[in-house]
Design a protein around this ligand. Structure first.
Ligand code: ADP
Length: 456
């Protein structure tokens, strides 16, 4: 096992990694930006090193500064968490060149699965279901038009190197497709330095279901079942749960098996998530693979009893997966609500500022992953996620009831958060019946606004 690791991240995930490392007897070194000088999580690291000013481009994204900090602190490995450099294959390569273990997949496996087209090709080999669409990058608009007429509109043009929703265009007809191809390609070239785009069928009302996989360096893989992340706004997840409600166990099993096989064939070590959209008939279509630990990993931890963050460290240190597939069992149901410092009534605008009141919930089956406390000032430079409230119950009904109670107890003031929206969602029929698709929250909020408009 490693003696000391560096955490190239901040906030709740930095604290989550500190906790996992501590239990493994591994020391932690946390890097931080000037805006995070007062970050409560830093108190729990064994050592902290400032790596620059507030903008992440000058701190958490600076490979040179992070590597210097790693050398000064003499660490064995770097944990990237999620976001920032977590899916940067160049960073993983620099770590390797510097003889520092990157806690995540090799740059090769990351490149293979992180590129959406090569990932689609991998999926085809393992019979992981994908959307009908391109095998190769689009060469000409005419070829794309021909393919689109074969698979039927609407279609979506996507950047092979895409991420964060950039380089995507939906097309309902030929004219939109032609202009969408050049727009998506230009956007992708500017954002990722790679203008390759491809085409796939666009599914209007889908659920988001994903499979958690772990792979070790000895070629073993485990699939840790599924999560439902259908409750989103603007493609950002708000509520996640495990297992995905109402999915036919046979379908779930087949998809999870194929996803795990894809990860194995990619020679992948670490935590990976294979994301799918699922239609009303429970057909799955792969969206992409995230080559890192996900924000929503706790719901899987709660239902499987496997500490995913600890496993990422153990795997990077060369240890084998702790269980065989048949030993992984599902217990009960878990739900996570993302607590963001945002105002849902005002288009989710971020709410940085001082927290004066912070009263967390408690009781059986309640877990709170947060780096925040009363007296903490949320900086404006980063993501608005300030915590994750997770519950575990014997079944979905109990988990929802437990979440309702926990949200009732949870008080954060004076900044606005997503807590009131979550309280409402837990009573919303579409959520409680799992009769939803990825646009339902937006429709809900839109109907509020039109009610208000009518009253005015
Ligand atoms: P990114 O890596 O940029 O986040 P994804 O491939 O994960 O891109 O897609 C982001 C979101 O765009 C998805 O969560 C989904 O809402 C929508 N989307 C992408 N592809 C499709 C598709 N074929 N049909 C319907 N929606 C899609």
């Amino acid at each position: 096992m490693f003696s000391r690791i560096l955490i190239a991240n901040r906030g709740e995930i930095a604290l989550r990694i500190i906790r996992a490392a501590r239990e493994l007897g591994v020391e932690t070194v946390c890097v931080y930006s000037e805006a995070d000088r007062e970050g409560p999580w830093l108190e729990f690291a064994d050592r902290t090193i400032c790596i620059g000013p507030a903008p992440s481009s000058e701190s958490y994204l600076r490979i040179d500064r992070i590597i210097s900090a790693a050398e000064i602190a003499n660490v064995d490995a770097i944990h990237p968490g999620y976001g920032f450099l977590a899916e940067n294959a160049h960073f993983a390569e620099v770590c390797r060149d510097c003889h520092i273990e990157f806690i995540g997949p090799s740059p090769e496996a990351m490149g293979l699965l992180g590129d959406k087209l090569s990932c689609r090709q991998m999926a085809t080999r393992t019979r992981t279901p994908i959307f009908p669409g391109s095998k190769d990058p689009i060469k000409s608009q005419d070829d794309a038009v021909k393919l689109a007429s074969e698979i039927g509109y609407p279609v979506i043009v996507k950047a092979s190197a895409g991420g964060g929703g950039r380089g995507m265009r939906i097309a309902h007809n030929e004219a939109a497709l032609r202009s969408g191809i050049s727009a998506a390609s230009k956007e992708a070239e500017a954002a990722f330095g790679n203008g390759a785009v491809y085409l796939e069928k666009f599914l209007e009302d889908a659920r988001h279901v994903e499979i958690q996989v772990l792979g070790d360096k000895r070629g073993n893989v485990l699939q840790l079942f599924d999560r439902d992340c259908t409750s989103q706004r603007r493609h950002q997840k708000l509520v996640e749960e495990a297992p995905a409600p109402g999915v036919d166990p046979k379908k779930r099993e087949a998809v999870a098996k194929s996803a795990a096989e894809m990860i194995r064939r990619a020679g992948y070590a670490g935590a990976a998530t294979v994301e799918f959209l699922m239609d009303r008939d429970q057909n799955f279509y792969m969206l992409e693979v995230n080559t890192r630990v996900q924000v929503e990993h706790p719901v899987t931890e709660m239902v499987t009893g496997i500490d995913i963050v600890k496993e990422t460290i153990r795997i990077a240190a060369g240890e084998p997966l702790p269980l065989k597939q048949r030993e992984v069992t599902l217990r009960g149901h878990s739900i996570e609500c993302r607590i963001n410092a945002e105002d849902p009534d005002k288009g989710f605008i971020p709410q940085p500022g001082l927290i004066t009141e912070f009263s967390p919930p408690g009781g059986p089956g309640v877990r709170l992953d947060t780096h925040v406390r009363a007296g903490y000032r949320i900086p404006s430079a980063y993501d608005s996620l300030i915590g994750k409230l997770i519950v575990h119950g014997a079944d979905r009904e109990e988990a929802i009831a437990r979440m309702r109670g926990a949200l009732k107890e949870f008080k954060i003031a004076p900044i606005k958060t997503t807590i009131p929206l979550h309280r409402r969602l837990m009573d919303e029929r579409q959520f409680t019946d799992a009769d939803f698709d990825i646009h339902y929250i937006e429709r809900l909020l839109k109907s509020d606004n039109s009610d208000v408009a009518q009253k005015v």
